[in-house]
Ligand binder design. Structure first.
Ligand code: NAP
Ligand code: ZN
Length: 357
């Protein structure tokens, strides 16, 4: 195809080819490194639940073959002629955003995530008509505008999930002024996003309560993540005992559920942000909203400037993700475990391990 004539670089990756939720090795082409681009040797890629949604076509928008991965860290191996802010050897990251119009009010404010032409790092359509392929692959070419620097004190493996899970909870927490010491934060769903929200809450001095369907996560949450409270959401007594106790809630749940009982945990005027993206609509009964004058909103990842800010905040507060590193041949096992909620708290693929074998 003429439009993609410059896609000459052959890359090995792992792609889903149908809705089985599995990947197989996949060889594909990426564009040459353009004047504004950097080429990145991928070292690590986090496995977000979004990857699973796309692989299984949960949202009905998957374009197969799909090469997932938007929690990418690696080393720059090439810079384009016009790139002045990065050099070969730099430790960098790429998250969910791969392209945006660069003209609208959101791009101008570095809120590229809300540009109405935003294209994602995978399953997007780039300006030349090619489908974007993500970080379950050995190499990536990206416009430097969408690349961030990984602070020296953060290891590339434990930092990788910050590129999606981290910024996705940081952005709404900051936007809604939740970083207030002493306030009470509830985190619904203790998975990849949830455990980073807990870490931000603790770093900023909040009282953090996890609201979980998994009683077996309580001990670890208290001992390792230092959470102050743990509510088992399937136990109505525990839920009732904590009625009107929280200032804010972040809901990171990946499956359909009812917001009603969770909203009852908020104080009057309390705010809930929904970042989990189930394939079916969640139930939002009006009574808990009305009787508590509560607010529910949503948020999608974060802009590039804010992603850099978030990484710098993580470096300052020594916030790293709790990860289980896996080799590429374990991706399918990891996807199955992610689907059955068996991960503490993020799988990260050691992509470069393949070339070291
Ligand atoms: P994850 O690691 O699988 O965590 C999700 C958590 O939800 C699980 O650990 C579990 O916590 C809880 N959960 C799972 N099934 C549940 C059910 N049936 N009912 C109630 N709770 C359930 O997933 P993740 O990577 O953190 O992603 C979470 C969601 O956020 C996904 O839908 C993903 O697509 C979405 N997401 C959105 C954005 C955005 O920009 N808004 C960005 C990234 C991801 P407990 O065991 O504690 O109950
Ligand atoms: Zn993600």
């Amino acid at each position: 195809m003429e439009a993609t004539a410059n896609h000459t670089q052959i890359v090995t990756g792992w792609a889903g080819k149908d809705s089985s939720g599995k990947v197989t090795p996949h060889v594909f082409k990426r564009r040459e490194n353009g004047p504004e681009d950097v080429t990145i040797k991928v070292q690590f890629c986090g496995m977000c639940h979004t990857d699973l949604h796309y692989l299984k076509n949960d949202w009905g928008i998957t374009m197969y073959p799909v090469v997932p991965g938007h929690e990418i860290t690696g080393i720059i191996t090439k810079v384009g002629l016009n790139v002045t802010n990065f050099k070969v050897g730099d430790r960098v990251g790429v998250g969910c955003i791969y392209a945006s119009c660069l003209n609208c009010e959101f791009c101008e404010a570095s809120e590229e995530n809300y540009c109405d032409q935003v294209q994602f790092t995978y399953n997007g359509i780039f300006w030349d008509g090619s489908i974007t392929y993500g970080g379950y692959s050995e190499m990536l070419v990206a416009n430097n505008r969408y690349v961030v620097r990984i602070p020296e004190s953060l290891p590339l493996d434990a930092a990788a999930p910050l590129l999606c899970a981290g910024i996705t909870v940081y952005s709404p927490m900051k936007h809604h002024n939740m970083f207030q010491a002493g306030k009470k934060l509830g985190v619904v769903g203790l998975g990849g996003l949830g455990h980073v929200a807990v870490k931000f809450g603790k770093a900023f001095g909040l009282h953090v309560t996890v609201i979980s369907t998994s009683p077996n996560k309580e001990k670890e949450a208290k001992e390792l993540l230092n959470v102050d409270g743990f509510i088992v959401s399937t136990d109505p007594k525990q839920m009732q005992a904590s009625s009107r106790s929280l200032d804010y809630i972040i809901d990171t749940v990946s499956a359909k559920h009812s917001l009603g009982p969770i909203l009852e945990l908020l104080k009057v005027n309390g705010k809930m942000v929904l970042v989990g993206a189930p394939d079916k609509p969640v139930d939002l009964p009006s009574f808990p909203l009305i009787f508590g004058k509560r607010t529910v909103s949503g948020s999608m990842t974060g802009g590039i400037k804010e992603t850099q800010e978030m990484l710098d905040v993580c470096a300052k507060h020594n916030i790293k993700c709790d990860i289980e590193i896996v080799t590429p041949d374990y991706i399918n096992d990891a996807l199955s475990r992610l689907a059955r909620n068996d991960v503490r708290y993020r799988f990260v693929i050691d992509i470069a391990s393949k070339s070291r074998l």
